[in-house]
Write a protein that binds this ligand. Structure first.
Ligand code: NAD
Length: 332
């Protein structure tokens, strides 16, 4: 039976991974700690390791994995910036991932965040629990009739745009690789980025973090936006210069922010830090704004997406034994 060392295990990994693997095919070894040079020995005897976004899979770790007999690194996520692919290739270790699990999960979360923020659901929920049924300061606004700027129209951005069209909103989109047929079919209009920034009441980010997209929203681009604009980011924290965002929130240039990601989320998001003193002063400041709503990178976190991640990961791992080709787009 193939042994798989699973690093950075969360309770849902223990639930979903074994559920999709046929009995007797994989022996799971779940570790709560992350993969690093110190924790490689916990992979000894395993044919494969299964890792997530914050495991460190650099050249030194890969060398040690190879020496301990590991033949496959199975990422249970789409991103792979934490893996040294060249080192893996040189060591003869295959690297596989889950290229797409549920774009709907992330798009729906972006919309959920926007509606909650816009209609102040986070505030009224707390109020009603205190038996405060007053509507004071809870006035929201309709999405219908607004202009929504969708930056990035890949898998997730397209679905978000389509959902917003269902609200009878005007949708502007920007993407260096536009999809004109899709846009025509769904009544979406492409615009250049400055025009989108200037015209949108709500701006939602669905593009990847690349060297050229880091701090796409910064003091200059935030100043191009309509006063009182709402920003939604479910993509990557570093797409926004958070300090510039805070300054723009303080002046009222930005009217509301909904975030599922944060620049310095590593070591904070996915962890229970309740009862501790939060050391990140920028995040602490963000959390004080009444018009900022933050979730801790849970866009992907639906039953359907977890099932799909587990299904593709197990399929990838089992292909190692049967030596059959990996699924399209999964092998890196
Ligand atoms: P995708 O690759 O299908 O689409 C990304 C799109 O962005 C592409 O169309 C690309 O052309 C476009 N793009 C590239 N550079 C751009 C730029 N400078 N300006 C505008 N558009 C640009 O990716 P996807 O599956 O739609 O995912 C989008 C992002 O969502 C991912 O990069 C990831 O960071 C994030 N994500 C978040 C979660 C979560 O749980 N919150 C989960 C999965 C993905």
């Amino acid at each position: 039976m193939l042994e798989v060392a699973v690093y950075d295990t969360k309770p849902y990994d223990r639930e979903y991974l074994p559920a999709v693997a046929e009995a007797g095919t994989i022996r799971w070894r779940f570790h709560e700690f992350r993969l690093s040079a110190e924790t490689v020995p916990a992979a000894r005897g395993a044919g494969a390791v299964c890792v997530f976004v914050n495991d460190l899979v650099d050249a030194a770790v890969i060398k040690a994995l190879s020496e301990s007999g590991v033949r496959l690194i199975a990422l249970r996520c789409a991103g792979f910036n934490n893996v040294d692919l060249a080192a893996a290739k040189a060591a003869g270790i295959s690297v596989v991932r889950v290229p797409a699990y549920s774009p709907h999960a992330v798009a729906e979360h972006a919309v959920a965040l926007l509606l909650a923020l816009n209609r102040k659901i986070h505030r009224s929920y707390n109020r009603v629990r205190e038996l405060n049924f007053s509507l004071a300061r809870l006035v929201g606004s309709n999405v219908q009739g607004k202009t929504i700027g969708v930056i990035g129209t890949g898998k997730i951005g397209k679905i978000a745009a389509q959902i917003f069209r269902g609200f009878d909103a005007t949708v502007l989109a920007y993407d260096p690789m536009p999809s004109p047929d899709w846009a025509a079919q769904h009544g979406v209009r492409y615009a250049e980025l400055p025009a989108l920034l200037a015209a949108s009441d709500i701006i939602t980010l669905h593009l990847p973090l690349l060297p050229e997209t880091k701090h796409l929203l910064n003091a200059t681009t935030l100043a191009l936006m309509k006063r009182g604009v709402t920003i939604v980011n479910t993509s990557r924290g570093k797409l926004i210069d958070t300090k510039a965002l805070i300054r723009a929130l303080k002046t009222g240039q930005i009217g509301g922010v909904a975030l599922d990601v944060y620049e310095e989320e590593e070591g904070i998001f996915f962890e229970d830090l309740s009862g501790q003193v939060l050391q990140d002063d920028v995040l602490s400041r963000l959390l004080t704004f009444p018009n900022v709503l933050i979730t801790a990178h849970q866009g992907f976190f639906t039953h359907e997406a977890l099932q799909e991640i587990a299904r593709v990961t197990v399929e990838n791992i089992l292909k190692l034994e049967t030596k059959t080709p990996f699924l399209d787009g999964t092998r890196l």
